[in-house]
Design a protein. Structure first.
Length: 291
C-alpha cells in the first residue's frame, strides 16, 4: 500500500506545482474534450490542429513586446486565431479555393511567422516554452484563465447544445427551421480558439490540440450518443493528464508530451479493444445454416 501511495498519491499530495498542474490539466480537459467531440463529429478535427498553429503569431507578438506575460500573450493568441479563421472563411467564399485549403495555407504561414518572431527576441528555451508549454509552471493567473474559459465553455455548450447537435447531424435542416445555425457555428469556432489559447500556457501551441482531439477520438470507439461521448472524453482527458504528470515526475520526462502520449495510448487501446474498435468490427458471427 505504501508503494501505491508513493507512486500515485504522494507527488500530488506533497508538491504544490504538481497540484496546480493537475488542476489546470483537469479544467482544460473539462472544456476542451467536449469541444473536441463536436469538432470530430463535424469532421473538423484538422481544423483544431490548424487553429492551434494559427494562434502562434499572436502569442509570439505578445512575447516579443511583453516577454512571458500571460495576458498579452493570451490576447495576442485570441486575436490571431480569430483573424486566421475569418481570413480562411473569406477566401473560401470569395475565391474557388475550399476552406480547408485556405486554412492550411494560413496556418502554415502563421506557424512560420510565429517561430520567427519568438526567435528574434528569445532563446531556444523561450521557443520551446511557447511551442510545448510548461504545465508544471502554471501559476494562479494561468489557473484563473483556464478556469474562466472552462466555465464559459461549459455554459455555452449547455445553452447551445441542441443547435450544436443538430448542426452535426443535419446542418441544412437546422438552417431551414432556425436562425441559430450560423450563430452557433461562429460561437463554437470561438470556443475552439478560446480553449486553444487558454491551454497554450500548459501544453504549448503545438500540443494543446492533442488534449482536445485524442480523448474525443478514443471515446468515439466506446459510445454512439453524444452526451456519454463527451463525458467519456472528459474522463479520458483527466486520466491522461494525471498519468502523464506522474510519468513525468517519476521518469524526469517533459510533462506536456507525456500527457499527450498517455492520451495517445488510450486512443490506441480504444481503437483495438473498444466496442466499435478493430476487434469488434472485424469479428464475424459463425454461420450455422446448412446449404
Amino acid at each position: 500500500m505504501s508503494a501505491v501511495h508513493q507512486l500515485f498519491i504522494e507527488p500530488f499530495a506533497t508538491y504544490a506545482f504538481m497540484q496546480r498542474a493537475l488542476a489546470g490539466a483537469w479544467m482544460l480537459s473539462l472544456s476542451a474534450c467536449p469541444v473536441g467531440v463536436f469538432l470530430m463529429l463535424r469532421r473538423m478535427s484538422l481544423t483544431g490542429d490548424a487553429m492551434s498553429h494559427a494562434i502562434l503569431p499572436g502569442v509570439a507578438l505578445g512575447f516579443l513586446f511583453f516577454g512571458l506575460e500571460l495576458i498579452p500573450m493570451t490576447i495576442g493568441g485570441l486575436l490571431a486565431g480569430v483573424i486566421v479563421a475569418a481570413a480562411a472563411g473569406a477566401v473560401s467564399r470569395l475565391t474557388i479555393q475550399k476552406e480547408d485549403a485556405s486554412l492550411a495555407a494560413f496556418y502554415l504561414i502563421s506557424l512560420a511567422a510565429g517561430v520567427l518572431i519568438v526567435s528574434m527576441r528569445g532563446s531556444n528555451l523561450d521557443l520551446m516554452h511557447v511551442l510545448f508549454g510548461t504545465v508544471l509552471a502554471l501559476d494562479n493567473a494561468s489557473l484563473w484563465l483556464i478556469g474562466s474559459v472552462s466555465g464559459t465553455t461549459i455554459l455555452l455548450l449547455v445553452l447551445l447544445w441542441r443547435a450544436l447537435v443538430a448542426e452535426c447531424l443535419d446542418p441544412v435542416f437546422l438552417r431551414s427551421v432556425s436562425r441559430l445555425g450560423p450563430i452557433a457555428h461562429f460561437i463554437f469556432l470561438g470556443l475552439v480558439v478560446l480553449n486553444l489559447v487558454s491551454g497554450f500556457q500548459a501544453l504549448g501551441t503545438l500540443l494543446v490540440v492533442g488534449l482536445m482531439m485524442l480523448p474525443a477520438a478514443a471515446a468515439r470507439f466506446w459510445c454512439t450518443r453524444i452526451k456519454p461521448m463527451c463525458a467519456l472524453a472528459t474522463l479520458f482527458g483527466a486520466l491522461s493528464s494525471a498519468a502523464g504528470l506522474l510519468f513525468s515526475f517519476h521518469a524526469g520526462a517533459p510533462s506536456g508530451p507525456a500527457i499527450i502520449l498517455c492520451a495517445g495510448t488510450l486512443y490506441l487501446v480504444s481503437l483495438i479493444a473498444g466496442p466499435r474498435g478493430l476487434v469488434a468490427t472485424h469479428k464475424r458471427p459463425t454461420s450455422h445454416r446448412v446449404a
